[in-house]
Design a protein around this ligand. Structure first.
Ligand SMILES: Cc1cc2nc3c(=O)[nH]c(=O)nc-3n(C[C@H](O)[C@H](O)[C@H](O)COP(=O)(O)O)c2cc1C
Length: 334
């Protein structure tokens, strides 16, 4: 990983003021005039960097920095009723990876509609509402409730590895995925992103199934199935045994998946996710063919990470006018 670890990613981001491009410090708390916007499935983003679902405490963060500065905020997956998530130990952290089996804990869509979503919209954020379900009926109920909400985009999570029904089991089966997305398409006119799992042999198969069923955009990757062992007890650290791996270690995997899907589907908007903790790494995703990116685990260590990544990328794009011009028009490098 070129010496980049979760630990040093965290310590290098500790202040609101960071040496972004190595030449001058970035003050994350001052208002910034974004130079390089993008467009994802017709929705304008101020810059190409959003937050990845489940990794950003937006309700709290909005008190200490301006979340409307982000390209978009993808919120934690919401289900029809509150979910408690998985019991016991749910995370195992390493120097370059984070394994989690949170299990989509959330307060339910009704709470989301009166609390998180209005707070974020009041703060001026572009909101991507991430949708979770244990069954097709679950997804349909949430999408129907979000259809008339102020959410800017929906992101259908068919890729969580930590639930026994729904999640990855739907996203890895192109027939089940096609059936679900066809049903959801009829329930909303909002731009619908389908979030794909990397835990398949060929990601272009579910990608194509989602697009043919009506997805307006794809995001990838969700986490990769993994585990850690406690060598004192000889048992898995996480009670769920396996969890989803995220963080710097997954960057090359996310990049390859974006590259593969962009090669197979030249027109579909793609949001690249996985292992991004700098503007330089976000840029790699844009060159792989993404329209935008989302920052996940880096925000668990420091909630300012997505904004810092956005500011670094804004400067890096100054030197790449052709890429910047394409992004501004909703086109991509590849
Ligand atoms: C603690 C945690 C919770 C997550 N919750 C969700 C979720 O609710 N919905 C979803 O689509 N992805 C969820 N993810 C996956 C992330 O959004 C992202 O796809 C993944 O972590 C890879 O990006 P990263 O390496 O930047 O973290 C979660 C990830 C973590 C670490």
């Amino acid at each position: 990983m070129g010496g980049v670890t979760m630990a040093n990613a965290a310590t290098s981001n500790n202040a609101g003021s960071n040496a972004g491009n190595g030449e001058r410090p970035i003050n994350l708390y001052e208002k910034h005039e974004w130079k390089h916007p993008t467009v994802v499935a017709g929705v304008p983003w101020k810059n190409p960097v959003g937050t990845a679902s489940g990794t950003f405490q937006y309700a709290a963060v909005r008190w200490f920095y301006d979340v409307s500065q982000l390209g978009a905020v993808s919120t934690k997956g919401v289900s029809p009723v509150p979910w408690e998530g998985n019991p016991g130990v749910r995370t195992a952290e390493g120097p370059a990876s984070n394994v989690n089996a949170v299990g989509l804990q959330n307060p339910g869509v009704d709470h989301y509609l009166v609390d998180d979503l209005p707070k974020l919209k009041e703060a001026g954020a572009t909101v991507v509402s991430n949708v979770a379900g244990h069954s097709d009926d679950d997804y349909a109920e949430v999408v129907a409730k979000l259809a008339d909400s102020p959410a800017d985009m929906l992101e259908i999570n068919v890729s969580c590895p930590n639930v026994s029904h729904g999640g990855m089991s739907v996203g890895a089966d192109p027939v089940a995925l096609s059936k679900l997305i066809t049903r959801l398409r009829k329930l909303t006119d909002k731009p619908m992103i389908v979030k794909l799992t990397p835990n398949v042999t060929d990601i272009t198969v579910p990608a194509r199934a989602a697009v043919e069923a009506g997805a307006d955009a794809l995001s990838m990757i969700n986490t990769i199935v993994g585990m850690r062992i406690n060598t004192r007890t000889g048992k898995p650290i996480i009670d769920h045994v396996t969890g989803g791996v995220s963080g710097p270690a997954v960057l090359p995997i996310g990049l390859a998946r974006v590259w593969q899907v962009r090669s197979a589907l030249p027109e579909i908007p793609i949001i690249g996710i996985g292992g991004i903790d700098s503007g330089e790494k976000a840029l790699e995703y844009l060159y792989a063919g993404a329209n935008a990116v989302e920052v996940g685990a880096a925000a668990l260590f420091n909630p300012t990470a997505p904004l810092r990544v956005a500011r670094e990328l804004d400067d890096l794009l100054d030197e790449r006018p052709e890429l910047a011009a394409r992004l501004a028009e909703g086109r991509t490098w590849r």
